[in-house]
Design a protein around this ligand. Structure first.
Ligand SMILES: NC(=O)c1ccc[n+]([C@@H]2O[C@H](COP(=O)([O-])OP(=O)(O)OC[C@H]3O[C@@H](n4cnc5c(N)ncnc54)[C@H](O)[C@@H]3O)[C@@H](O)[C@H]2O)c1
Length: 253
C-alpha cells in the first residue's frame, strides 16, 4: 500500500512500538520522514525495530505503568531529539475474565498498563508539547471502547477510559495547539489478537465475526494513525475513528 503523510521532520514517540500495530506505525512514520522514538517494555525489541527503520530512530525501554519511568523516558526523547510533535499511545495488554472471575491483581495489571499508562504518557507528552507550541496525540482505543465483547471486563473498562481521556485531552488542550484523537481497531492480526485463538475459537471464527469477513492488517491501522498524527488532520481533535471492517456499524459479536 503506498500513501504519503505530512510528518516529514516531526519527532514521533510510539509506545508498544516493538510489535504489531505499534511497529507498523513506527515504519510508516519513518518512511514518511519522521524521527521515531520506539518505546516498549521489551527494550531489546524496541532497539531492533528502531534499527530497522529508514530514518533517524532510537529504541527506549520503558514500562508505561511506571509513572516515573514514563516521565524519564519522555525526557530522554526530548534530550535526544529536541521535542515531541507526535505521540502514539499504543502499548496495552489484554486479559480475559468476566467481572466475578477476575482477580484484583489481573484487574490492576490491565488498568495499570492500558489506562494509567495512557494517562502517564499523555501527561509527560503534553508537558513537552506545551513547551514547543503543540503536537498531535493518537491513543489506541478499541471497538470495546464502545461495545462489550464477552469476558474482556478489565480490558474493556480500560479502553472505555481511553476514549474518555482522548475526549477530555482534546477539549482541555484545544487552544494550546495540541490535538488528541484515537483509533478504535477491530480484530487485527497481531500477537495480542492471536492470544485469543483457542481450540474453541479459531482465527476463522474471529474473522467471520467481522462484516468484511477477515481480520485487519496492522498496516491498515497504522495508515489511520499516521493521518491523525499528520498535519493533514489539523481540524480533527477528540475523534475516535473505527478501523474495524464494519464491526461497530453492524450488531457486533
Ligand atoms: N490486535 C487487535 O486486534 C487490537 C484490537 C483493538 C485494539 N488494539 C489495540 O492496539 C494496540 C496495539 O495492539 P497490538 O495488537 O499491536 O499488540 P501487540 O501485543 O502486538 O503489541 C503490544 C506492544 O506493547 C508492549 N507493551 C506491553 N506492555 C507494555 C508496558 N507495560 N509498557 C510498554 N510497552 C508494553 C508489548 O511489549 C508489545 O510490543 C493496543 O493498545 C491494543 O489494545 C488491538
Amino acid at each position: 500500500m503506498t500513501a504519503t503523510y505530512d510528518v516529514d521532520g516531526l519527532v514521533a514517540v510510539v509506545t508498544g512500538g516493538a510489535s504489531g500495530i505499534g511497529a507498523a506505525t513506527c515504519r510508516l512514520l519513518s518512511d514518511n520522514g519522521a524521527t521515531v522514538a520506539v518505546l516498549d517494555v521489551n527494550g531489546e525489541a524496541a532497539v531492533s525495530v528502531a534499527a530497522s527503520l529508514t530514518g533517524e530512530a532510537r529504541g527506549f525501554a520503558v514500562d508505561v505503568a511506571d509513572s516515573a519511568a514514563v516521565r524519564g523516558a519522555m525526557g530522554d526523547v526530548v534530550r535526544a531529539f529536541g521535542r515531541i510533535d507526535i505521540a502514539v499511545n499504543n502499548a496495552a495488554i489484554a486479559r480475559h475474565g468476566a467481572v466475578a472471575d477476575l482477580s484484583d491483581e489481573v484487574w490492576r495489571e490491565v488498568l495499570a498498563i492500558d489506562l494509567d499508562g495512557v494517562f502517564y504518557c499523555m501527561k509527560a507528552q503534553i508537558d513537552a508539547m506545551l513547551r514547543t507550541g503543540g503536537g498531535s496525540i493518537v491513543n489506541l482505543a478499541s471497538t470495546v471502547g464502545f461495545v462489550a465483547i464477552k469476558g474482556l471486563s478489565a480490558y474493556l473498562a480500560a479502553k472505555h477510559g481511553v476514549v474518555g481521556l482522548t475526549r477530555i485531552g482534546a477539549v482541555d488542550y484545544a487552544r494550546s495547539g495540541i490535538r488528541v484523537n484515537a483509533v478504535a481497531p477491530g480484530r487485527i492480526e497481531t500477537p495480542q489478537l492471536l492470544a485469543d485463538v483457542t481450540p474453541e475459537v479459531t482465527i476463522e471464527d474471529l474473522a467471520d465475526r467481522c462484516p468484511m469477513g477477515r481480520l485487519g492488517d496492522p498496516d491498515e491501522v497504522a495508515h489511520v494513525i499516521a493521518f491523525l498524527a499528520s498535519r493533514a488532520s489539523s481540524f480533527m481533535t477528540g475523534a475516535v475513528v473505527s478501523v474495524d471492517g464494519g464491526y461497530l456499524a453492524g450488531a457486533g459479536r
